[in-house]
Design a binder for this molecule. Structure first.
Ligand code: PEP
Length: 265
């Protein structure tokens, strides 16, 4: 059995509800989704109802995700959103641990673990982002950092929830406008480490957890990352913020994926 190809984008703090709905509608009309593929879009919270309205018409098979969630079911947490609130909108996935959440909002691994467990216990898919900063890399502790984020983030996850888990490896130094694009040689050893970390945590079943790569991916380099044996998909920012860019980057990534060998037994 091979792991599926996953491809998606996070719009961060961009797009009005109308802009998100139009993007989603045009995307759904522009792509044909092979059976071994899952696409997803992660708009701001305020766009979720509008996007889900569009999805509600015909089912397009594109997952709609949220950019964060709180671990508590309800309570005195002004400004936060609960898993139940996302469930009520039929949201398919939640992104946790994006580098910007860790950096600007000081989210810790322990808090992220609480969020992961809360989302999974409500049967919501989780995309957990991990990645080392430039400073951590310069001290030679990039791999250690990523493994720590993974081990704490996924601590206590029950085997029956593993099929809801995806990992995005996003080296912090490579993401966003100021980022330095990574090479496949940079990504390969860390992806391998994540794969073996998942296997250590969950024995054989950890091998099936999809690992996505993200950081300055575009149509010119997408296939070089997905050709790596431990990279099963892409999590893309800027290059996928137009429908054309999304489709072109996705196609390039799928081509690389199709050439790779991801048999997991
Ligand atoms: C990101 O911010 O998660 C990201 C992958 O951005 P970009 O593709 O624009 O580097």
């Amino acid at each position: 059995m091979a792991r599926p190809f996953l491809f998606g984008t996070n719009f961060k703090m961009n797009q009005t509800p109308v802009e998100s709905a139009v993007f989603y509608q045009q995307l759904a009309a522009s792509v044909q989704i092979p059976p071994d593929t899952h696409l997803f879009v992660i708009p701001p919270f305020t766009s979720l109802p509008a996007v889900k309205d569009v999805v509600g018409q015909p089912p397009h098979g594109i997952w709609v995700g949220a950019q964060n969630v709180h671990w508590a079911p309800d309570g005195a947490y002004t400004g936060e959103i609960s898993v139940g609130m996302l469930r009520a909108l039929d949201v398919d996935l939640v992104l946790l641990g994006h580098a910007e959440r860790r950096r600007y909002f000081h989210e810790t691994d322990v808090e992220l673990n609480r969020k992961v467990l809360a989302a999974l216990s409500a049967s919501m898919r989780v995309l957990l982002a991990v990645g080392e900063t430039a400073e951590e890399r310069s001290f030679g502790v990039g791999g250690e950092t990523v493994l720590r984020q993974l081990r704490i983030g996924l601590h206590g996850v029950q085997p029956e929830h593993l099929e809801l888990v995806q990992i995005a490896y996003e080296p912090v130094w490579s993401i966003g406008a100021g980022g330095t694009p990574a090479s496949p040689d940079d990504v390969e050893p860390i992806a391998k480490l994540i794969r073996s970390g998942c296997q250590d945590l969950f024995a054989g079943s950890g091998a099936g957890i999809p690992i996505l790569y993200g950081g300055s991916v575009d149509p010119t380099n997408a296939g070089t990352f997905t050709a790596l044996p431990d990279i099963d998909g892409l999590f893309v920012g800027r290059a996928a913020w137009t429908v054309e860019g999304f489709v072109a980057t996705c196609h390039a990534g799928y081509e690389g994926y199709s050439k790779g060998d991801r048999a997991i037994g």
